[in-house]
Ligand binder design. Structure first.
Ligand code: DGL
Length: 261
């Protein structure tokens, strides 16, 4: 039994799609969410920069006495090579490993992966799933379009640009390898037609739960856990975006912090 909070981080607001699933799967755990909202997006940056930011994000969460860290961000998970199990002083669960494990077991013939430029250029899905035909597609404009709440013609054009090829190859399953994409899951599904869509957030929260249970790290508290939010840009910006994108008020204290360089 371990009462310390679980740390979750993302480049910005998208990781809230993962946090939501974690809070549902582990209702009695205290959670700390860190969103690097002043430096989002990570997906268009160099590997070196992503690695540096990721280390700073981990270091910040370590100051909050967390018992483990979840990297919700797919870009960090696929580029920064911070593996499940950990190199830091606490265990780390990343977004990519549970997704790859699921895909290896699922034995689909043809899958498609959509993500940021960073995630796709890491090639991690193609490299790890050698027996599967993997079509990877970077979608750099989707994150800003989602953040702007655009659902009309602008989103349609971006989907035509990025998803037409995926539609042609008729995959068995499409992986939403970016924390923002579940926000437009319905639109993606409508565009692609009859195809299974995988939101890795379910797999990440399941893996976290399995990890905590098998290492006796769960909180045994009978009380509902709380969430504290830390962001690097303004509190108002985060609260407004969260409400608009996830159609939910952020319940929990939000604090703006400066990362020590
Ligand atoms: N959170 C990032 C991811 O899941 C998307 C936003 C970004 O580019 O930073 O890949």
């Amino acid at each position: 039994m371990d009462k310390r909070p679980i740390g979750v981080f993302d480049s910005g607001i998208g990781g809230l799609t993962v946090l939501k699933k974690i809070a549902k799967a582990l209702p009695n755990e205290d959670l700390i969410y860190f969103g690097d909202t002043a430096r989002v997006p990570y997906g268009t940056r160099s590997k070196e920069t992503i690695r540096k930011f990721a280390q700073e994000d981990v270091n910040f969460l370590l100051t909050k006495n967390v018992k483990c860290i979840v990297i919700a961000c797919h870009t960090v998970s696929s580029v920064a090579a911070i593996q499940n199990g950990s190199t830091a002083s606490v265990p780390i669960i990343n977004a990519t490993t549970p997704t790859l494990n699921f895909l290896k077991d699922a034995k689909r013939k043809r899958i498609a992966v959509i993500g940021t430029r960073g995630t796709i250029s890491s090639g991690v899905y193609k490299k790890s799933l050698r027996k599967t035909k993997v079509t990877e597609q970077e979608c750099p404009l989707l994150v800003p379009i989602i953040e702007e709440g655009e659902k009309g013609e602008v989103l349609e054009s971006a989907m035509r640009l990025y998803l037409s090829n995926i539609k042609k190859v008729k995959p068995d399953l499409v992986v939403l390898a970016c924390t923002h994409y579940p926000i437009i899951k319905k639109e993606i599904k409508d565009f692609l037609g009859d195809v299974e869509i995988l939101d890795p957030a379910d797999l990440i929260s399941r893996e976290l739960k399995r990890f905590l249970v098998s290492n006796h790290l769960q909180s045994k508290s009978s009380k509902k856990g709380g969430v504290k939010f830390f962001v690097t840009d303004t509190v108002e910006h985060f609260a407004k975006n969260a409400k608009e994108l996830l159609r939910e008020e952020v319940s929990g204290k939000i604090e703006r912090i400066k990362l020590t360089q």
